[in-house]
Design a protein around this ligand. Structure first.
Ligand code: ATP
Length: 369
């Protein structure tokens, strides 16, 4: 298979795409570019339009308005079977009465390849998904994970330019899902084609993707790398959807080109940099700041720090073995905030009611309008 990873040209371009189902407005002005060779995810809650967008790219749904290009070609009027895409579904849709090899080779029937050539391709595709030597097995005798691999091999053997994956792992149990996440990622790197994954599982999207489009209500709320989505969510909604984020009421008091002064309840004043501001922001708009649990820590008695320090009380905690999640109510703040700490040797887990000094950094604040 071709290795085109080094290219970063757009392979899919969506321009102001709209989709109506009758009166229902399922996609609302989707514009995005998906790059050649990237692992791209569409992430969002149930009903936000992820599957609709994937099916639109595949050609199973028409656009109501807007344009879609794949590999530079306008897809208007191009039926699904003429597009350089292939789809792997949640329900693997493999033929139970056929053998594994017959399933994988199904799409090659009319390819003009000889029997031997087809068999070689099937064996190569099976090896790619970790099923070398399984060709003779009956498809109905496979486990869920193995069936999903067969479905993958069957899609990859046709060498699509873009592989579309609609919640392919959601029917697997947790352990198998964790394993397949790593394997899918490795496979994508190996074949170098663009994968577009639909998932509602934020952890899955973070682990696997080069970039993620977070969708709410038919729109893309943010399109970014996993790290940027986590560290610099553009809205409270995105910050809340991905991981845990604490929010504190806040006001931006002074602003010039290089720094902004923020006053956040419970934390006090801090100076932050321009890269911590959401786009299109101005000072009067600030209503809250967000801060992630692991960017703060509770100081032990006698422990000093050159970080900023706030004070509060441990109201509750959840012990996870390697980590403890504390609910700490900062002085002057109504709701407790979550602070996660690694459980280190020689550092006992703190008890409820402990007065806590909380170390934090201005760098980890995110401002929200
Ligand atoms: P899920 O994770 O639950 O699959 P999703 O984000 O993939 O959700 P879609 O399946 O794209 O969401 O659906 C988006 C909206 O469009 C939903 O409100 C859904 O009910 C509606 N919808 C989807 N397909 C149709 C259809 N064929 N006719 C009418 N409405 C539809």
């Amino acid at each position: 298979m071709k290795d085109t990873r080094t290219e970063a040209r757009p392979i899919i371009t969506l321009e102001a795409v709209e989709k109506y189902y009758g009166d229902y407005h399922a996609l609302r002005g989707i514009s995005a570019e998906i790059r050649q060779g990237e692992f791209f995810s569409l992430l969002g809650p149930s009903g936000c339009g992820k599957t609709t967008l994937l099916r639109t790219i595949a050609g199973f749904e028409d656009l109501s308005a807007g344009r879609l290009f794949i590999d530079g070609q306008d897809m208007a009027g191009v039926p699904a079977n003429r597009r350089p895409t292939n789809m792997v579904f949640q329900s693997y849709a493999i033929f139970p009465h056929l053998s594994v090899a017959e399933n994988v080779g199904f799409g090659l029937r009319r390819s003009g390849l000889s029997r031997a050539e087809r068999a070689a391709k099937v064996e190569q595709a099976l090896a790619m998904v970790g099923l070398a030597g399984f060709g003779g097995r009956a498809a109905h005798a496979l486990s869920g994970g193995q069936r999903q691999r067969v479905a993958l091999a069957r899609a990859l053997i046709l060498e699509p330019t873009v592989l579309l994956l609609d919640e392919p792992l959601s029917a697997l149990d947790k352990k198998m899902r964790d394993q397949m996440q790593g394997e899918l990622r490795r496979l994508q790197r190996q074949v170098g084609i663009t994968f577009i994954l639909v998932t509602h599982d934020q952890e899955e999207a973070l682990i696997m993707s080069d970039r993620i489009a977070v969708m709410f209500e038919g729109q893309i709320a943010q399109l970014d790398t996993p790290q940027m989505l986590y560290r610099r969510p553009v809205s409270r909604k995105v910050g809340e959807f991905i991981g845990v984020m604490n929010f504190l009421p806040a006001r931006a008091t002074v602003a010039d080109e290089t720094h902004i002064e923020v006053e956040a309840a419970g934390l006090g004043r801090a100076v932050i940099g321009p890269d911590q501001l959401p786009g299109g922001w101005h000072p009067g708009q600030t209503q809250s700041v967000g801060i992630r649990p692991e960017t703060m820590s509770i100081l032990y008695p006698g422990e000093t720090t050159d970080r900023r320090v706030a004070t509060g009380v441990v109201e509750d905690l959840s012990y996870y073995g390697d980590m403890t999640y504390y609910e700490v109510r900062l002085d002057g703040v109504e709701r407790p905030m979550t602070i996660s700490m690694k459980n280190l040797v020689g550092r006992p887990v703190l008890e409820r009611g402990t007065e806590a000094r909380v170390a934090w950094d201005a760098r980890s604040l995110v401002l929200f309008a």
